[in-house]
Design a protein around this ligand. Structure first.
Ligand code: BGP
Length: 475
């Protein structure tokens, strides 16, 4: 691995910070999502309802604990820490003219603390936490005015932190919303709540176009503010495999892949690919896309591709194979892959898939890649003050091995690797605490009880060795 490879960890503001109304922060969309049974009910409430539990309101109290937490990251030897800036700390409603100074000061202090330990911040501008007011007043990203609001937010923070932050990402997992069948992803990506009978796909495509334009504007502006900035896009990598060698299965897998890749295509190449334009034409879709937008897309291409990788999916055209569906993100046509085990949350465990996507993306784009999320969610056991998370160590070791092969044997350019949820966060898709990811355990339970004490797990000491040896010592 390169000498300056960015080993580290990743979180998002709404999953850790808590303090959801402190320092002038406004309500974000993550603040109106209930916990507990989010997996089953996936309830999205309109505003805050009495008697419901909202796990992100206190997160893991990173807002108060960040110094202690960063000290622990530094002990592991982190070179990089990925987090997001909660948009509603800076613009509480999202549509104000001037930012909230107290919110800006919080991130000044956070980045200074990271720099104190030579930890490079990697900052996501929009990670499922847009101001809720933008949903109520504008219907989220279905409204073109959101481009301007986001651009103002991006410009404000890029200008403010131009000497503290070099690596940026615009929209987290922007491709999630293509799973239009669910309510959760269009809401968390873009603040979209649908009407009965609405053509969801059409709405999501329009919202995504506004986001792509806003992202390109941020890239352009960011490069003007500081030409050293490295600004990336971010997608959830969910490679699709053909279940059999039938050519039709291969084609289907390719089509499923494109549901995610088209967004990276636009971010990286600066124009819409033919297959998307064709799809729109066949569906009779006409969108609000101006010449000016198309010019912006061309001028605002990203510097690198960031992605999360958790699992792979398998599809077939063979109707006799039972469709299991991907419980989390898929289109519903997924089938079981007989070669892969899965986590208790039904996510396949596929380290080779990481090498596969690294190669797939590098072949396709020839720009640097950054694995900004990869991790293992598990219900860890606290026994006598210790957590022996050997299965997490095993999971990460195997993934790092495959990433190294992509670099050392295949020649892929990878900037870094940040393990998701390096300190137990509130789970995004289920709102649970018991789905733990961290090297550091946080004593908080699903109902919010607990001391919030931090306890290093076995993986903490293992990862420290991995970083110190630049990925050489994995056992
Ligand atoms: C990604 C998100 C993260 C995150 C992670 C793990 O989709 O970018 O915010 O939490 O997945 O998912 P979960 O928390 O649902 O297990």
């Amino acid at each position: 691995m390169k000498k300056d490879f960015l080993w580290g960890g990743a979180v998002a503001a709404h999953q850790v910070e808590g303090a959801y109304l402190a320092g002038g922060k406004g309500l974000s969309i993550a603040d109106v999502m209930t916990g507990g049974s989010r997996t089953v009910a996936r309830r999205i409430t309109k505003g805050i309802e009495e008697g419901s539990y909202y796990p992100n309101h206190e997160g893991i109290r990173f807002y108060e604990h960040y110094k202690e937490d960063i000290r622990l990251f530094a002990q592991m030897g982190f070179k990089c820490f990925r987090t997001s800036i909660a948009w509603s700390r800076i613009f509480p409603n999202g549509d104000e003219e001037t930012p909230n100074e107290e919110g800006l000061r919080f991130y000044d202090a956070l980045f200074d603390e990271l720099r104190k330990y030579q930890i490079e911040p990697l900052v996501t501008l929009s990670h499922f936490e847009m101001p809720y007011h933008l949903v109520e007043k504008y219907g989220g990203w279905r409204d073109r005015r959101l481009i301007g609001f986001f651009a103002r937010f991006a410009e404000t923070v890029m200008e403010r932190y131009k000497d503290k932050v070099k690596y940026w990402l615009t929209f987290n997992e922007i491709n999630n919303q293509m799973i239009v069948e669910t309510d959760i992803y269009p809401f968390t990506n873009s603040g979209l709540l649908f009407e009965e009978g609405e053509d969801r796909k059409k709405t999501v495509y329009q919202a995504a176009h506004y986001e792509l334009t806003a992202s390109a504007l941020a890239v352009k502006k960011g490069h003007e503010i500081n030409p050293e900035f490295q600004i990336g896009c971010m997608i959830a990598a969910m490679p699709y495999y053909p279940y059999s060698s039938r050519p039709e299965d291969m084609l289907l897998a390719q089509q499923e892949d494109r549901r995610s890749l088209w967004l990276a295509d636009v971010h990286i190449r600066g124009h819409y690919p033919a297959y998307i334009r064709k799809e729109w034409e066949k569906a009779g879709y006409r969108f609000d896309i101006t010449e000016e937008d198309l010019r912006i897309l061309k001028e605002g291409c990203v510097d690198y591709l960031g992605f999360s990788y958790y699992y792979s999916n398998t599809v077939t055209t063979d109707q006799s194979v039972e469709a299991t569906g991907d419980k989390i993100m898929g289109s519903g046509s997924e089938v079981e892959n007989p070669y892969l085990p899965a986590t208790p949350w039904g996510w396949t465990i596929d380290p080779v898939g990481l090498r596969y996507v690294l190669n797939q993306y590098y072949d396709r784009y020839e720009i640097p890649l950054f694995v900004v999320e990869n991790g293992f969610g598990y219900e860890d056991l606290l026994e006598d003050g210790q957590i022996h998370d050997t299965n997490r160590i095993h999971f990460l070791r195997e993934h790092i091995r495959e990433m190294k092969k992509a670099v050392d044997e295949d020649g892929v350019d990878v900037l870094g690797y940040t393990v998701w949820g390096c300190i137990d966060p509130v789970s995004f898709s289920t709102g649970e605490m018991r789905k733990r990811y961290g090297f550091i355990y946080v004593d908080k339970m699903d109902d919010g009880s607990g001391s919030y004490e931090r306890i290093p797990k076995d993986s903490f000491y293992w990862y420290k060795k991995v970083i110190a040896s630049n990925g050489e010592e994995l056992d």
